[in-house]
Design a binder for this molecule. Structure first.
Ligand code: URA
Length: 441
């Protein structure tokens, strides 16, 4: 077999055999196939796509490139969730303790953020003392005793994805459905949970810009899950507006705690309850309506917040930040208010640009080794659909470097479009995809 022939076959839009895909992916991992050949292959996939069978074989090759977690030391059914990435998306911090408080185990590995979207691990690291690099045995122990644990993704989990993703990033081949599906699902399957709820984001801040594309991506991922005996449900959720009002690590931890305290923004609470309900449903806790009721009650009774604090304590985190409902007041000296130049309704927000403004403030990394300013970020006072008068405060910026405020303000203001008319309401949860059903909301 020759790499050249496989690239040519994919370029000509012919279906590859399992042997050909295995030869190519394994050859690349073993450094027998060069970056330039993999780049050509990725571009051929970008333009011609892959059949379901090809995509499943690709996922399988990636999955077996490293360690596959065996979660059997944890008793009972384990559920996981994954978001395809968004701005202000802190739902993992909220749904994990809700689900655990309802009696289903969550053993979750999360990643760091890069670019305009934040990573759960970075948010957790903004809690002083919080340890996300824990041993396997400690991880199993915490999940068995507390019910949930969030740890950093092991370096040996799907190394093929790391190598291929780095190449996709510099060859303009990230936005390919089979490549995204195999990248996400290989990591989820390797993480070992029995059931997975996918939060597939759609909109200006997401990889998928249309609902149709988000549905197609979900269907591919669900069918990959079935091949590996995983129960998978996907919710398509809106990313044309940042989720919640806080963007930036410690700000998002604070806002998540607010939701767990029964406060916080309604959009964030609603998406979190839906995700948690679907996780509980997949683990067999009841009908979807019953599970939604369990999730709400876990917040209202304070049990979910207690569970979150239990998990943070078990991972060495200091609870003082978490217990401060008035946490934002402690950041007063680094604050910068952004005033509106216009009157009218906010008609549109470019979520990606807002994420970039937060990144400039220090909340995210542009390059892999950049250091994060955990207290940097944005609190949005106004969002799409809100009426604003000139000189009203649109948002509050936080950063330890005051010189970053001007550049971030410029990008932030470019991201917001005003109109005299109120925009049409877009439903937050746009669709739910299961193995045999597509529900559009
Ligand atoms: N998230 C991933 O893990 N992989 C992709 O390819 C895109 C989003």
């Amino acid at each position: 077999m020759r790499a050249y022939d496989i690239i040519e076959k994919k370029r000509n839009n012919d279906e590859l055999t399992s042997e050909e895909i295995k030869f190519f992916i394994n050859g690349y991992i073993d450094n027998e196939i060069a970056d330039y050949q993999m780049s050509a292959f990725l571009m051929a996939v970008y333009f011609n796509g892959m059949t379901d069978e090809e995509c499943k074989t690709l996922t399988e090759c990636m999955l077996h490139s490293g360690e596959v977690m065996d979660l059997s030391p944890i008793k009972g059914i384990k559920v996981d969730k994954h978001s395809t990435g968004g701005v202000g998306d802190k739902t993992t911090l909220i749904v994990t303790p809700i689900v655990a408080a309802c009696g289903t185990k969550v053993a979750k590995m999360s990643g760091r953020g890069l670019g305009h979207t934040g990573g759960t691990v970075d948010k957790l690291c903004s809690i002083p003392g919080m340890n996300v690099e824990i041993s396997r045995n400690r991880f199993f122990d915490i999940v068995n005793t507390v019910g949930c644990c969030l740890m950093s993704q092991s370096g040996n989990l799907v190394p093929a994805d790391k190598k291929i993703y780095a190449l996709r990033d510099v060859t303009a081949t990230v936005e390919s459905m089979p490549l995204i599906a195999s990248s996400i699902m290989s990591k989820k399957i390797a993480s070992g949970a029995d059931c997975i709820v996918l939060d597939v984001k759609v909109g200006s801040g997401a990889f998928m810009k249309t609902k149709e594309d988000a549905i197609s991506l979900s269907k591919i991922m669900i069918s990959i899950g079935k091949k590996f005996n995983k129960k998978v449900i996907a919710l398509i959720t809106d990313m044309d507006i940042p989720l919640g009002n806080a963007i930036g690590n410690s700000l998002e931890v604070w806002e998540s705690c607010e939701v767990l305290r029964g406060r916080g923004p309604k959009d964030l609470r609603d998406v979190s309850i839906s995700l948690a309900a679907n996780m509980l449903y997949l683990s067999g806790k009841g009908t979807i309506d019953e599970c939604e009721h369990f999730a709400r009650s876990a917040i209202d009774s304070g049990k979910a917040f207690e569970k979150f604090k239990e998990m943070v304590s078990a991972q060495g985190g200091n609870l003082s930040l978490i217990e401060k409902s008035d946490y934002l007041d402690c950041l007063e000296e680094h604050k910068f208010e952004i005033y509106s130049d216009d009157d009218g309704y906010i008609f549109k927000m470019d979520t990606e640009k807002i994420g970039k403004a937060a990144m400039i403030l220090g909340a995210g990394r542009e390059k892999k080794d950049d250091i994060i300013d955990y207290n940097a970020g944005i609190i949005l006072n106004k969002k799409t659909g809100d009426k604003v008068t000139k000189d009203e405060v649109l948002a509050v910026f936080y950063s330890s470097s005051k010189e970053k405020f001007v550049e971030a303000e410029k990008i932030f203001k470019e991201a917001i479009k005003f109109d005299k008319n109120k925009p049409e309401y877009v439903s937050l949860i746009q669709a739910k995809i299961t193995l045999d059903d597509v529900q559009i909301f």
